[in-house]
Ligand binder design. Structure first.
Ligand SMILES: O=C(CO)[C@H](O)[C@H](O)COP(=O)(O)O
Ligand SMILES: [Fe+2]
Length: 221
């Protein structure tokens, strides 16, 4: 599978969000990554439905919604109606994860589960068959611009081995501290989709960096 790049709009300039959406539309980015934080599951509050509505109106690529919230079931329908294509919930935030995944699918979205850096991939074993995407957090969720946690590589390899054994088709996504410096090693470990906020939005030329990330990912393969 070719590498999927998902710029995290958490790092965008919100004073000019429409312009940010427009350059992403024109770039080689594949998805918009949308980080929703509630101040309870994570120690930060980001944004919610008003920003989703702006994305729904202007974004021409799938909205990859990463819910860092407790009790996500309460809001799945609203996120689906607000234009989400993929809804990813945290394993650590769901008591009845299987039910939550079915709810996401019932509302016509692809379903993902995210795990925090301390959560073993083995805990996903009995839900993998129902998933379209697994998101491995490579930083502790809550903030953009943090340093990549090296332990992520072995988690990705382990998950990729489970994927090969099972022959399930889910996408492996990594989120946090991803850049052109580590994308090749991650791609080789089995990552399909790469979220990047700080690296892309702080780059001198964000569109060029996205092209560079894609090239770097596939190098020496
Ligand atoms: O989910 C997230 C934070 O919880 C963000 O998607 C992630 O941090 C991306 O930002 P950066 O590339 O700057 O690390
Ligand atoms: Fe995220």
């Amino acid at each position: 599978m070719k590498p999927i790049i998902a710029p995290s709009i958490l790092s965008a300039n919100f004073a000019d969000l429409k312009t940010e959406i427009e350059w992403i539309n024109e770039s080689q980015a594949d998805w918009f990554h949308v980080d929703v934080m509630d101040g309870v599951f994570v120690p930060n509050i980001s944004f919610g439905f008003p920003v989703m509505e702006v994305l729904k109106k202007y974004a021409k690529k799938p909205l990859d919604v990463h819910l860092m919230i407790v009790e996500p079931d309460k809001y799945i329908e609203r996120f689906a109606n607000a234009g989400a294509h993929i809804i990813t919930v945290h394993l650590e935030a769901c008591t009845h994860l299987h039910r939550t995944i079915q709810l996401i699918k019932q509302h016509g979205c692809k379903a993902g589960v995210a795990i925090n850096p301390h959560t073993p991939v083995d805990l996903l074993a009995d839900i993998l068959q129902d998933l379209d995407l697994v998101l491995i957090m490579s930083v502790n969720p809550g903030f953009g611009g943090q340093a990549f946690i090296e332990q992520t590589y072995s988690k990705v390899r382990k998950l990729n081995a489970l994927k090969s054994e099972s022959q399930y088709e889910f996408i492996i996504e990594v989120d946090g501290g991803v850049s052109d410096q580590n994308i090749n090693k991650l791609y080789q470990a089995g990552v399909n989709a790469f979220v990047a906020g700080n690296a892309i939005f702080k780059a001198e030329n964000p569109s060029t960096l996205i092209i560079k990330m894609k090239e770097s990912a596939s190098q020496n393969l």
